[in-house]
Design a binder for this molecule. Structure first.
Ligand SMILES: Nc1ncnc2c1ncn2[C@@H]1O[C@H](COP(=O)(O)OP(=O)(O)OP(=O)(O)O)[C@@H](O)[C@H]1O
Ligand SMILES: [Mg+2]
Length: 246
């Protein structure tokens, strides 16, 4: 855990006249679970979308796996994108497909593996994600919120990504469900040697899952470091945000 796998350097983002990020820099090391924190509307999702090339930024540079994402050809982009998968904030499964069909989609789309092998891989990813066996052939409408998250996670793991991006993965789950999902993310990160980038404001996730995190505040990176380091950081916004008692 040392090399930076993602580097954001002096990035500025604007929507019209509205500045969202003003010259922000951060880096994510290979193998760590990294958090992007900040209040609602602070630009967390936007930053994540910039890193995964779904959103343009005004100036600055982003490198992923040593490649400057703005300088890539069409083919290089396609190749780079195979290294990650994403669980979106309102992560949607295809409602007309059952769970195992949903998990099989990336395998059907991006590999030429035979059907029985795809089914085997999909089943193993579902097991890894802790989804009950009985849910394998259910449709999304028949799943609880926690089960949907696990099914979406299994789909995100289908192609063995190096980097997993999660936008508010525990939102909408009850506290027990959220803690279970946190534990799963932590276990999978170590087991699969994944680099995980999580957009979150869940205090349990922040304290127990993240190795390091940054906090976006007033368009800048106010803090980057570990939870222990944050505890020592004297800034009202951090203390308020992390609910530290003074
Ligand atoms: N495509 C867009 N066009 C115009 N404004 C946008 C666009 N995308 C995001 N914004 C604005 O940028 C700001 C940051 O949005 P973003 O969704 O990144 O915040 P966030 O930190 O993820 O918030 P939340 O915690 O509520 O999910 C908001 O003010 C939003 O309105
Ligand atoms: Mg968001």
């Amino acid at each position: 855990m040392s090399e930076a796998i993602i580097k954001v350097k002096n990035v500025t983002t604007r929507f019209g006249k509205k500045v969202v990020h003003d010259d922000i820099s951060l880096s994510v090391k290979e193998g760590e679970v990294y958090g992007i924190l900040g209040g609602s509307g602070s630009g967390k999702t936007t930053l994540m979308r910039e890193i995964i090339m779904l959103q343009k930024f005004k100036s600055g540079q982003i490198e992923v796996l040593g490649q400057n994402i703005r300088k890539l050809s069409h083919n290089e982009i396609a190749r780079l994108k195979k290294n990650w998968s994403v669980l979106f904030q309102f992560g949607a499964l295809y409602s007309s497909l059952n769970v195992i069909e949903n998990v099989s989609i990336p395998l059907i789309e991006y590999t030429n593996l035979p059907k029985d092998l795809i089914e085997g891989i999909a089943l193993s990813k579902l097991k890894m994600s802790g989804l009950k066996k009985e849910a394998t052939y259910l449709f999304p409408s028949e799943l609880s919120g926690g089960m949907k998250k696990r099914a979406s996670l299994a789909r995100a793991l289908a192609l063995d990504p190096k980097i997993l991006f999660l936008d508010e993965p525990t939102s909408g789950l009850d506290p027990v469900g959220a803690e279970n999902f946190d534990r799963l993310i932590r276990e999978l990160a170590s087991l699969l040697k994944l680099t995980v980038v999580i957009v979150t404001h869940d205090l349990h996730t922040i304290e127990y899952v993240l190795d390091r995190f940054c906090i976006i505040f007033e368009k800048k990176i106010l803090f980057e470091g570990t939870f222990e380091e944050a505890k020592k950081f004297e800034h009202y916004a951090i203390r308020e945000f992390l609910k530290f008692k003074n």
